[in-house]
Design a protein around this ligand. Sequence first.
Ligand code: SF4
Length: 232
Amino acid sequence: MTKVAQVLDEVALYGDHPADRITQGLLRLNTAMRNRAWNWAESAGLTPTQGEILMLLMQRKKPLRLNDIARETALTAATTSDAVSTLEEKGLLEKRRALDDRRALAVKLTPRGRTAAKRAAQWPGFVSGALSALRDDEQTAVYSGLFKLIRELEIRGTMPAHRMCGTCRWFEPANADGARRGTRAKVAKPDSFRCVTLDQALDRSTLRLDCLAYEAGDVGTHARNWKLLKQI
Ligand code: SF4
């Protein structure tokens, strides 16, 4: 088979639309990230899943129930339970009563677990290091594209929900307050937003994917936010 025929064969296999090429790129990135995660986890005496659970607990800053961990990491209940038990045996997690239901159990990081979680949070640094070599406008384009892709996957039910601006009740167009009072132009720039509760301006580069101040909006809010975000 000639080189040209081989390339055409490959194109026929993977597809030749931009979406196909982006998917290929993401798969390559996934391979590199998975390798790094395994290398890091092995050196720390953990599995990537255990590292992910430690990082999740560090980000949430509060005890989480097993079913919350399973939902947020897209793991099965059995895998979550095994990983949590191992982390508890290693002295990195401890079980306690859930704050909102004294009959339920939640897990939290021990001081050793917090140290391990901080180390775990460093392994993806090889990607952010490479991204910093891109121009600012390129970084913004990658981030806003990823943000919309993640939201679309959530809508399709193929990715767990995030505490993101895309579904948050506090997200609105930059001039919504002025427009309500009739003191500013009624048409906002399409990439200019505002967080009501933090009283902060947001744009394509500062939208948040995982936010402690997040409060879930209703279905109408989701639709309104998505309509705004589709324009960026
Ligand atoms: S920054 Fe946080 S609180 Fe504000 S709109 Fe975004 S997710 Fe919601």
